[in-house]
Design a protein around this ligand. Structure first.
Ligand code: SF4
Length: 182
């Protein structure tokens, strides 16, 4: 991958926001698959209930085209184990808020295309409006990579990042946020 002109400056922003575990990836190598969307439609309780999840996201083909418009992306790896499952959403909300600040700072380095994908479905509000058009925080709400049909398992493994199917909350989660930059 060609090194970005201001890569060092951008990486300093990541460190400042306490995201030290990240890897750069060519967005052309992000794996977009129809099976991911089918898993959203059949098997996920968020389907139709979150304004940043399908069916409130572009079609799989549109997602694929979207990634093709980029040349630089960063994947952030965030590891966590919970004592109680109900701690998950408060924790991911805090991480997503920090990522939003980071996204804005990267944007202001002169990268107008900068676009963040959250580590977990948007839960800025306790009661989601369920539709994009009525979203309470349109400026801040972002989709997850999975909502954009990204096969996070295969994409993370290309970078030798750990990821596996978990059976319950006693196991450590390996979650990933994506930042498309240029
Ligand atoms: S900001 Fe609120 S309404 Fe909008 S997607 Fe997130 S949780 Fe839903």
């Amino acid at each position: 991958m060609i090194k970005m002109k201001n890569q060092k400056e951008i990486e300093k922003i990541f460190i400042k926001h306490r995201f030290k575990d990240f890897k750069w990836i060519n967005p052309q190598k992000i794996i977009v698959s129809h099976w991911v969307r089918l898993k959203c439609m059949y098997g996920c309780k968020e389907y139709g209930k979150n304004a940043c999840c399908p069916p409130n996201t572009p079609s799989v083909d549109e997602c694929q085209k979207f990634f093709m418009e980029y040349n630089e992306c960063v994947i952030f790896h965030i590891k966590k184990k919970f004592l109680k499952p109900e701690q998950r959403y408060g924790w991911t909300r805090g991480i997503n808020e920090r990522l939003l600040k980071l996204e804005q700072e990267v944007f202001f380095t002169g990268n107008q295309k900068t676009f963040l994908m959250f580590i977990d479905s948007c839960n800025i509000c306790t009661n989601c409006s369920k539709e994009r058009i009525t979203c309470n925080y349109k400026i801040s709400a972002r989709p997850t990579p999975e909502a954009m049909a990204v096969d996070v398992f295969s994409t993370a493994r290309q970078l030798n990042y750990p990821i596996k199917i978990l059976h319950d909350y006693s196991e450590t989660m390996n979650r990933y946020a994506f930042l498309l930059i240029k």
